[in-house]
Each structure stands twice: as structure tokens, then as C-alpha cells.
Design a binder for this molecule. Structure first.
Ligand code: DGJ
Length: 736
């Protein structure tokens, strides 16, 4: 049984195949935390492993008891103001102005399966045996408010999910000024914090920093999870590497403003928490209402970062992503954006489609510029009607013509936005996120629609669904190109204005839910000016996302490596684009560009009509290679071998291995050539030590243990004996 409760010692023991998570009911009936880490054998009590004693200079809960202080106890869902001086998981502001609460244990239930989270994306089960759920009810009698803490244990997938629900049973309204999804107290602070930070075109770069006393955090205030910080944080031991050592990961299934925070206290206890950013947040909970926090997915590994990532990949690929496309091989696509930008017409699109079809491309994606009068990014968002100047026969006919070529057709939308120059804005200038009598700041010349309002979501649903109903559309790219400012909604009263950012995201989720249910065969790809909302929340609706607008092969090494910390290869849109690269001006070979993009949901984004025959032959072979190997790439186990974030960072290497270990694909990339470089050796991972493998292009066979322990001497076999800048090697390994 993955969840055990001992009535005598009042301890909960949650177990996955490799992890134990243990907490208890404290003397004051609140919850304390005991242990999180490598799996422990179950026994009646773990509390005796942890000792607290009278400490100086603190405050204690009970008169005459100088030991029981929340200041020195590890907590499960901590609150401020009653002897714990660290930052709390939640705070409830009452009518009296008081923020003091006393949520005590009421009861709990343990059951097979996992419940849905109302209105929010979350991991799920297909069969009840896949997870066991514990729901603990905490209750504050004084204000008649309940907190339900939910824990689901995916025993075999080795992950534990958590969330909290606040229910106001009382007659008085209260305000949640903070409602984090989870908090974990760890007994020491010998950790480094790993996070994925960046900006547009350099999303999810890995950052590492040693914990120091006090607060350290990452967060978003931008209205989306953001390119600047991803809603993920890991604590690893300083000695932990990709393949050895302890690491604790927390990943928030949420696409809005978040906070992931670590506080190291004066006894080096580490408090890690994650949830909706409390900054600029307040939720009014009227009598009878409830508030559900997003879900956090906790993964502990004793075997390094790569093992943690593999757990996230498996869970997110199979029990967070949903729908027809979850397990299906993703089509090789071509997107016209970098080929044409706004400057296209039906003839040009059909030429592109025809040429790419000849190369083996399966899906044609028409990007921005097909609607309203959109010749530039200054106009027409919200007017989701085809531009007859460019497409005289409409989207529907274009999609049919493309279908006649034997290709699928996909279309770009940016549903959450409106241009000031648009019919929609003319009719409904009040439908934007804004504050009356204040300037409405622009981003990419556009304004954000108020998705906290049902009528706005309904209207956009009508338009988008109408286009999808009218034409054979197999794919939707859902973009979102600016962050939120002057956050306010005309619909909500003054005391609910701090709910707008969260309500907006709920509106986005509800539209995704409606469209994905109504069009189950459409493959949705999320996008936000590249990867500015590449998060687990989006993955629930869109099984792939546009990883970054930066398609330069060298830049992509860091972006894809960092993204793989949490997200599976099947979720990472990766395209081969033209050179000089449009983002950084770099010239890399067609080979290297494809060999980086193979490790994702593969496609092209350039003008194939301008390619010469030699390039076309190369692309044809690349597409054939990807098609042959895509189920391995999209569903296999991913191993990171050499990091672009290492001190030198000149070499990146990774590989993907099939579950049965009979096949693998290895990638090796060197940024700059070096004079007189010595011997490059690659140590493979994940192979079966006793299987014999043949490597395409090498006239020899190797046992798995040889490749993993002795490594493959790359110089000996590589064709380019003197590799130039931006060189790459991809090997396919097959069991003999
Ligand atoms: C930003 C996206 O990331 C690009 O791929 C492209 O779709 C543009 N928007 C279109 O405006």
C-alpha cells in the first residue's frame, strides 16, 4: 500500500517505488514533516529519528512547555504568526483584520485513483490502481474554514503530487492573501538550487546556486509562467551530477504568475515551497465558496538530475498530456513563418506546400498573417476571418488544396489578444485587461483580452471553433505574444481585482478544454512568443509546445538541454531554419541544424522552394531518418551526456534509448573547433550491458558495457576528421 497511516503514532507514510514521504500530526493537531527522500522500510514510528529540544530566543505554543515551538519544528503546510517565523504556505485575512488561524487535523481518507482538479490542469490516472490519494481535512473552528490537502502517490512512476483546497463553510467572507500549492521542510541546507531561467530566444537555461541563509526565489509577475523563469525548481546536493546523487524537484502545473521559493533558517532547515505568486494576489472567499490551488509534482531521485528528468518525462508524457496525440507519432511539419513572415499569398503557400511535400513533410502550418488585414504586427488580432486579399479562396479551400497534395493543414491563432486596429477592438474596447483612466501599455502593438470574463472567452471560442469547423484543420498553433500590464477587469468588483491574473489563466484553460474536447483529432501546439509559456499547465492541453523562437542550432543546444530537465522530447517543437540564422546571424550546416532538431518534435521553417537539389536531397534524407526513428525519439528514455552549461560548455551530447534497449540515437555537438584537440570519447548511457550493438556508419559492433564503460572514441570513426565550428555527429545504434 503506497499510503500508510499509523493511528497510534499518527504518522503518514507515502511510498513510491523509490521514495518515502513521511509526516505526522503534531501535539497541537497541526501537521509536521518528518522525512522526504530515499525509500525507507515502513515501521510504526519515524518520529524518534528526529529530535527537538528547548531552543533559546524563540516563542513556544504552550505555557510551561519550552520545547514545542513551530519555529524549530518542520511543518507540512505552515502558517505564520503562531511561533513559526518563516514564510508560510498560506495566510487567511479575516473580517476582523486578523491573520491568525489554527487549522487542525480533522480526518483523512485514503483511496485508489486520483480526482480531477476543478478548472485546472493536473496529472491523471487511466485506471484507479495507477495512483493512491490521501485527502486530509484541516479545520479552523473560529472561522469555519476548511483546508483539504491532497496527495496522490504514483507508486510506479515515482512521483507524488500535492495541492490544497480552501473551503469557506462560514458565514463571514475571508481573503486568501497567500495559498501555495505545497511546502517541504528539509533538515539541512547543503543544497544547490537549480532553476531554468532566461528570456525571449534564450529560454530555460540551467542555473545553479548554492543556498544561503534567508530567502531565495524565482517567480513570475508577467501573467504567464514566462521565459524569464520556469515553474520548476530543484534542490540538489553540491556533489549531485546528472547521474549520481540526491535531488528534489518541484514542478508546478500552472501557466500564470508563480513563486518557487527556498528559505534557509537559522538552524539551516530548508523550506521549499511553490505555488501561485502571492505578490499582487488576493482571493476573496465568500461563504460557501472554495479555492483550489494548482498541483505541484514532486520528484525525488537518489540517482541524479537525469533520473529526475526521466520521471518527469514519463509522467508528463503519459499522465499529464492528454488526447489523441498523446501517444501518436508527431507529424513532420513545415511552418511558413521564417520563410515568408507576413508576406505571402495563396500561390506562395501552395508552392511551399508542394515543395515540402516532395521532401516528405506531412503537415503544412500557416502561421501569422492569414486573417483580418494583417500585413504587419500592428493590426487585426481578434479578427479571425481570412484575409481574402491573400487567400481569395479562403482558408477552407486552401486546406482542401493542401489535403489534395496529401498533406495535413495547420493554422496559427493568437486567441488571447486583440490589436487596437481591429474590428473586435472597435466593437469591444472594454474587453481588454486594463485599468480605467490609466494608460494601457502595449506589447508587440497589442492588448490582452480579458479572459477572466466568460463572454470574452465565449466570443473567441465561437470564432476559433468556427474556423476549425469550416476547414479540414489538423493542427493549431496557439500563440501568445505579450505579457500583462495594468492588470484589471471591468467585470470584477474592487475587492476582486487581485484575482484577475489567476482568473485569466482559468479562462485560457477553459477555452483550451472546450476546443480540445470539441476537436479531439486536432494536434495543439502551445506557443508564447517562442517558449514564454512552456509549462506543465499547457502540456495538459497541448502535447507539444514551441520551445523557442531561437532556431539557431548552437543556441538550441542550451535551450533544449535546459528544457529537458522537466519536459519530454515529444513536447519540444524543434525546427530547421535558414542560415544566416534570423535570431543570431550564425551560419551552421544543414546537417547540424537537423541533428539538433531531431531531438524534439521535428520540422522545418524556411523557404524550401529556394533550396538547390543537393540541399533537397539532404532534407529528404533527414525527414526519412526522423520518420524512421520518431517513435524512439518521442517515446524513449532521454540521457544527457555532456552539458552546454558546463564550465567549458563547448561540447553537448545526449542520447535517447528505447524502453527495450534495442535501439538508441546518440547526438554529439561541438560548438567551436579546437586546434590539436586530443581524443574525444563518448560514454553512452542506458544501453543494455550485454546487448551487442551495431552503429550506423561504423563497420564494427560493440557491447553495451563497452560503450558505457570504455566509451566510444569518436575521432576514430568520425568522417569529418578535422571538425569545423558547429559540427555534429548523430549515430543510430541497433541491437544486432
Ligand atoms: C511568435 C512565435 O513564436 C513565432 O513562431 C511566430 O508564430 C510569431 N509569433 C508570429 O507572429
Amino acid at each position: 500500500m503506497p499510503i500508510l497511516y499509523n493511528d497510534a503514532t499518527r504518522e503518514f507514510h507515502l511510498q513510491t517505488d523509490k521514495t518515502s514521504y513521511i509526516f505526522n500530526i503534531l501535539k497541537n493537531e497541526q501537521l509536521g514533516q518528518l522525512y522526504y527522500g530515499k525509500k525507507l522500510r515502513h515501521r510504526d514510528s519515524f518520529e524518534r529519528l528526529f529530535h527537538i529540544e528547548e531552543m533559546p530566543n524563540t516563542a513556544c505554543v504552550y505555557e510551561g512547555d519550552l520545547v514545542f515551538s513551530l519555529d524549530i519544528l518542520k511543518q507540512e503546510y505552515p502558517v505564520y504568526g503562531t511561533t513559526d517565523f518563516r514564510e508560510p504556505a498560506y495566510q487567511v485575512l479575516q473580517q476582523s483584520g486578523s491573520r491568525i488561524t489554527n487549522f487542525v487535523y480533522q480526518h483523512h481518507i485514503i483511496q485508489q485513483g486520483k480526482n480531477k482538479l476543478a478548472g485546472l490542469p493536473a496529472t491523471y490516472v487511466e485506471h484507479d490502481e495507477e495512483a493512491t490519494t490521501l485527502e486530509i481535512s484541516l479545520y479552523d473552528e473560529e472561522i469555519d474554514v476548511e483546508i483539504q490537502l491532497s496527495y496522490s502517490v504514483f507508486e510506479q512512476l515515482n512521483a507524488i503530487t500535492r495541492s490544497a483546497r480552501f473551503i469557506n463553510h462560514g458565514r463571514e467572507e475571508v481573503n486568501l492573501t497567500r495559498a501555495m500549492s505545497a511546502s517541504i521542510d528539509l533538515p539541512d541546507a547543503d543544497f544547490e538550487m537549480v532553476h531554468l531561467s532566461g528570456a525571449w530566444a534564450r529560454e530555460r537555461h540551467m542555473k545553479n546556486r548554492k543556498l544561503v541563509p534567508g530567502l531565495q526565489s524565482i517567480s513570475s509577475t508577467r501573467g504567464t509562467s514566462s521565459a524569464q523563469q520556469n515553474p520548476f525548481l530543484a534542490l540538489k546536493r553540491p556533489s549531485t551530477t546528472e547521474h549520481h546523487g540526491d535531488v528534489y524537484g518541484v514542478s508546478l502545473v500552472y501557466s500564470g504568475n508563480f513563486l518557487a521559493q527556498v528559505e534557509v533558517d537559522h538552524y539551516d532547515v530548508t523550506r521549499l515551497m511553490i505555488g501561485i505568486n502571492p505578490f499582487d494576489f488576493n482571493w476573496l472567499l465568500e461563504s460557501g465558496e472554495s479555492f483550489q490551488t494548482p498541483e505541484v509534482v514532486m520528484v525525488y531521485s537518489a540517482e541524479g538530475l537525469n533520473d529526475m528528468s526521466q520521471t518527469y518525462h514519463k509522467l508528463y508524457r503519459s499522465r499529464l498530456a492528454r488526447g489523441t496525440w498523446r501517444d501518436r507519432e508527431r507529424p513532420v511539419l513545415i511552418n511558413n513563418w521564417e520563410a515568408t513572415y507576413f508576406d505571402f499569398d495563396e500561390k506562395k503557400i501552395l508552392e511551399l506546400a508542394k515543395s515540402s511535400k516532395e521532401l516528405g513533410v506531412e503537415l503544412f502550418v500557416l502561421d501569422d498573417g492569414w486573417f483580418g488585414k494583417r500585413d504587419a504586427d500592428t493590426t487585426s488580432l481578434g479578427d479571425w476571418f481570412e484575409d481574402k486579399r491573400k487567400l481569395p479562396n479562403g482558408i477552407s479551400q486552401l486546406a482542401k488544396n493542401i489535403a489534395d497534395l496529401g498533406m495535413k493543414f495547420g493554422l496559427w491563432f493568437e486567441p488571447e489578444m486583440v490589436s487596437e486596429v481591429s474590428e473586435l477592438y472597435k466593437t469591444h474596447p472594454d474587453w481588454i485587461i486594463h485599468v480605467p483612466n490609466r494608460n494601457s501599455s502595449h506589447g508587440r502593438n497589442q492588448l490582452v483580452l480579458d479572459f477572466s470574463r466568460q463572454e470574452v472567452v465565449d466570443y473567441i471560442h465561437g470564432l476559433v471553433a468556427g474556423v476549425l469547423r469550416d476547414a479540414p484543420i489538423s493542427y493549431v498553433k496557439w500563440d501568445m505574444n505579450r505579457y500583462m500590464t495594468e492588470i484589471g477587469s471591468l467585470e470584477l468588483p474592487a475587492n476582486r481585482q487581485r484575482e484577475v491574473a489567476h482568473r485569466y489563466i482559468l479562462g485560457v484553460y477553459s477555452l483550451y478544454e472546450r476546443l480540445t474536447s470539441e476537436f479531439p483529432d486536432v494536434l495543439f501546439e502551445s506557443c508564447a512568443g517562442g517558449g514564454s509559456r512552456f509549462d506543465p499547465g499547457m502540456l495538459h492541453y497541448a502535447p507539444q509546445g514551441w520551445t523557442s523562437d531561437d532556431t539557431d542550432a548552437v543556441e538550441r543546444l542550451k535551450i533544449q538541454y535546459g528544457t529537458s530537465m522537466v519536459y519530454p522530447l515529444s513536447s519540444m517543437g524543434a525546427h530547421v531554419s535558414a542560415v544566416p540564422n534570423h535570431q543570431v546571424g550564425r551560419i551552421t550546416s544543414l546537417k547540424t541544424r537537423a541533428e539538433v532538431a531531431y531531438f524534439g518534435a521535428f520540422g522545418y521553417e524556411l523557404d524550401v522552394t529556394k533550396m538547390d537539389d543537393e540541399e533537397k536531397a539532404i532534407v529528404t534524407a533527414q525527414i526519412a531518418f526522423y520518420k524512421e526513428n520518431r517513435s524512439l525519439i518521442q517515446q524513449g528514455q532521454f540521457y544527457r551526456l555532456a552539458s552546454p552549461f558546463a564550465d567549458d560548455g563547448n561540447v553537448t551530447s545526449w542520447m535517447v534509448v528505447s524502453d527495450d534497449q534495442s535501439e538508441a540515437i546518440f547526438g554529439y555537438y561541438q560548438v567551436l573547433a579546437k586546434p590539436n584537440p586530443g581524443y574525444a570519447r563518448a560514454f553512452f548511457k542506458g544501453l543494455h550491458p550485454e546487448f551487442e550493438y551495431v552503429i550506423d556508419g561504423i563497420d564494427d559492433t560493440f557491447y553495451g558495457d563497452e560503450l558505457m564503460e570504455a566509451g566510444l572514441q569518436l575521432n576514430r570513426y568520425r568522417q569529418d576528421k578535422h571538425p569545423s565550428d558547429f559540427s555534429s555527429i548523430v549515430y543510430k545504434l541497433t541491437r544486432v
